[in-house]
Design a protein around this ligand. Structure first.
Ligand SMILES: [Zn+2]
Length: 123
């Protein structure tokens, strides 16, 4: 399952960034995911749950933002959002186009960190 290796590389990258804040807990990781990145969000969420277990990221939420596919049309010189992944045609003039401007992203947009290490006290 390739979502598992993707989850693992996100955990690695976030762990590295979070190392700059000792004692802080990562609450949330926000990911930008293009519709063409061939990643299934449900599988990624599932793999995320497995991967963070036992790491400093345990309990952190993965928030995935799905980005639509944007193409640039050479005929009418406009960018447009692809209506369907089945046909790569300009949404404005209907000409076939393959000049992708967005849709393959797989990148960490933001990491939310709890700076204060909260300690739960049993009363
Ligand atoms: Zn066009």
């Amino acid at each position: 399952m390739h979502e598992l290796s993707i989850a693992a590389s996100i955990v690695d990258a976030v762990t590295e960034s979070a190392a700059a804040y000792p004692g802080a807990r990562v609450k949330e990781v926000r990911l930008r995911l293009g519709s063409l990145a061939s990643v299934v969000e449900d599988s990624l969420q599932f793999c995320w749950g497995i991967t963070v277990e036992g790491t400093p990221l345990e309990g952190a939420r993965l928030v995935v933002k799905i980005l639509p596919v944007i193409v640039h049309c050479a005929s009418c010189r406009q960018d447009g959002e692809l209506a369907s992944l089945q046909s790569f045609r300009c949404p404005h003039c209907g000409e076939p186009c393959s000049d992708l401007r967005q849709g393959r992203e797989l990148e960490i947009e933001a990491i939310e960190i709890d700076e204060i290490d909260e300690v739960e006290e049993a009363v």
